[in-house]
Design a protein around this ligand. Structure first.
Ligand code: NAP
Length: 258
């Protein structure tokens, strides 16, 4: 059988593991990274870096490279690229699957958290409580929390942001995986009493939730954005591998006009 040509939309540890798995299975794999961080961990196979230039750019790229399948293994909150992939793959009739790790809805402490639908809702929920906040929602989300300027906010980022932070906010730079003892120490030393997090799922950033429960730190959890309609979903790398090798097909019929 001819090698399958696969495009992985990446930027997650699952995407890297999938690249390894598909290369081992004999696929010709290209991983696409947005280029947000310096020195990203590179997956096996070929790698391209940088935005495609919106829906039109991604369409051009797929017409040119003609993959047999696309796996959207981007972060569960990377909604724009997921929507672009869904639009373009449907248009070009390229099989597309979404690989997204399970969220934390089944976490033992999930029922104690305040679940909100958006970053703005999270900011409102915090204002109502007015506490010392640990903000872990990422560099691109900070503008949503500008209304907390008068609160103490400790922001944890992977890399510096170009935009100045409000006066009085504190910032630390680090990249997971984290440990429960490290998170406990961080929250204790900054006297944190409220944590704002995204429902990213996974084990690398989960220790903050355990530490929060141990310390009685309240948690405001932001729900994932809705997934693109009509795109099949898998939750694990083995399932995504299986899908590429044996299940990949265009939803709604076979054929291609590429
Ligand atoms: P996003 O809002 O969905 O995407 C914004 C733009 O970035 C897209 O329109 C696209 O530009 C470009 N882009 C995103 N992912 C890309 C990829 N894998 N390859 C090429 N271009 C990509 O995404 P985001 O939330 O900013 O996340 C950016 C990247 O960081 C993603 O790869 C994601 O997996 C990773 N990441 C995100 C988070 C998070 O919390 N959001 C956390 C960890 C890692 P064009 O429109 O020009 O194509």
């Amino acid at each position: 059988m001819q090698s399958r040509v696969v495009l992985i939309l990446g930027g997650t540890s699952e995407a890297r593991a999938l690249a390894t798995s598909l290369v081992a299975a004999g696929c010709i794999v290209t991983s696409s990274l947005a280029g947000r961080v310096r020195n990203p961990a590179l997956p096996e196979g070929q790698v391209r870096i940088g935005g495609f230039g919106g829906v039109g750019g991604l369409e051009q790229y797929l017409r040119h490279t003609r993959p047999d399948a696309v796996v959207d293994a981007t972060h569960p909150f990377a909604a724009t690229i997921s929507a672009s992939a869904a639009t373009v793959c449907a248009r070009l009739r390229v099989p597309l699957v979404r690989l997204a790790r399970p969220g934390w809805a089944d976490h033992p402490d999930a029922s104690a958290w305040v679940w909100v639908e958006s970053m703005n809702d999270a900011a409102v929920a915090v204002q109502q409580r007015g506490l010392r906040v640990l903000l872990t929602t990422g560099r691109t989300t900070l503008a949503h929390f500008a209304s907390l300027a008068k609160s103490f906010v400790l922001v944890r980022l992977v890399e510096p942001t170009a935009d100045p932070l409000p006066v009085g906010w504190d910032v630390i730079y680090s990249r997971g995986p984290y440990t429960v003892s490290g998170e406990y120490q961080l929250m204790t030393s900054h006297r944190i009493d409220l944590l704002i997090a995204k429902d990213s799922g996974g084990s690398m950033t989960e220790p903050k939730l355990t530490a929060a429960a141990m310390l009685g730190v309240r948690v405001v959890m932001i729900n994932r954005p809705a997934s693109a309609r009509g795109v099949p979903e898998v939750m694990t790398v083995p399932d995504a591998t299986r899908w590429v090798i044996s299940d990949a097909r265009v939803i709604g019929g076979a054929g291609t006009d590429r």
